[in-house]
Write a protein that binds this ligand. Sequence first.
Ligand code: CXA
Ligand code: CA
Ligand code: CA
Ligand code: CA
Ligand code: ZN
Length: 424
Amino acid sequence: MLALAVARSVALVAAGLVTLVAVNPADASPTNPEYSQNSASYVVAGVNDYADRNRIGGTGAAIDSVVNGRANVTATPEEARRIQRLGYRVIRAQTEGFPAADAGYHDYAEMMAELDRAAKAHPTIMRKLSLGKSYEGRDMPLIKISDNVTEDEDEPEVLYGAHQHAREHLTVEMALYLVRLFTEQYGKDPRITRLVNSREIWIVPDMNPDGGEYDIVGGQYHNWRKNRQPAGDGYRGVDLNRNWGYKFGCCQGSSPVASSETYHGPRAFSAPETQRLRDFVLSRRVGGVQQIRAAIDFHTYSELVLWPYGYTERPSAPGLGQDQQRTFATLGGILAKSNGYTPEQSSSLYITDGSIIDWLWATQGVWAFTFEMYPGSPDKGGFYPPASVIAEQTARNREASLLLAEYADCAYRVIGKQQQYCPR
Ligand code: CXA
Ligand code: CA
Ligand code: CA
Ligand code: CA
Ligand code: ZN
């Protein structure tokens, strides 16, 4: 991103725009409150000379490029009106969806349509439900896949979650892949059929629909991570993966500062989105027994399989004895072997407090993993790999996702302690 910004500045200098203070949308800090106020892309026609460019720049809008008398600008609605009052024709540029080159990704509307289509095509094994609404009022879809899907059978339940972090769009594709895998291969692939018959599979494809839509507004990326709730001091966004209620804000693994990328919010579960998923998970306690036994929370990027705890470097800690730690590490190793990721305790990456996996394990006893998906390094696209990698990089987690569902009956099997811990 830095390299791109430099290249663009050079282009601006070459175009004679040196006197403009052009804010490149790529460098506009995502935590700059001015920028956060719904800037969008516009095309301004009739931009022929230096004076035109300066008049437009003088409104506060950022000129991103000028080609054949048309300027592409990033502007707030007020700045766009100012340009119009100067007598220019202002056209709202692409305002919806991913940049054209990445159209293979699903924006929120496309994701919902895909889920509706799948539910309609497989009504006996799939239901599309809702966790409730995000801060901005978007429905947060919840998918259940199982035979006898309208019944609550006494079967191990598994949870796959995606997109706590707005810019990690590949994770939504991962969730959609799992929906297609379990529905389309049912009755065809015996392994999938067995899992759908003997498990209750929950998929949350979009934990952060507001952040995800904001990240692609105007058909360009904004490098946004958090949700879109006002955070104080004119800033927006709580880091959802620091807002969970176990050891919240305990250990310098998150920030109390509203502008921070890892702002944990004023209190645990202050974000509507974490509240929604928390309430759903708590609703899966039946007779005091949590039905969800295993979970993967998908993120990008770094190609890692991570397990609790994130808040401490100690391998064992309250609620995580030696057998539990060995089970996490062994199962994590098995999953990582299947996808080629690196397995490690989450805190060996860096300390995090208030993450979902710490909460799922410590308070609900769920064998919870974070997967950091493709790419392994920033030079392969970072948070924005091209849509051409979607098929391969989601299928890459087929085996790990199935293994997790299979081990959900008794994860202790991986250390040979099923008799002791899962008597029947
Ligand atoms: C992570 C996730 C869960 C527990 C510990 C660490 C990594 C994750 C994060 O910081 O929340 N990394 S990411 N996806 O780049 O934000
Ligand atoms: Ca069932
Ligand atoms: Ca059940
Ligand atoms: Ca069944
Ligand atoms: Zn993430």
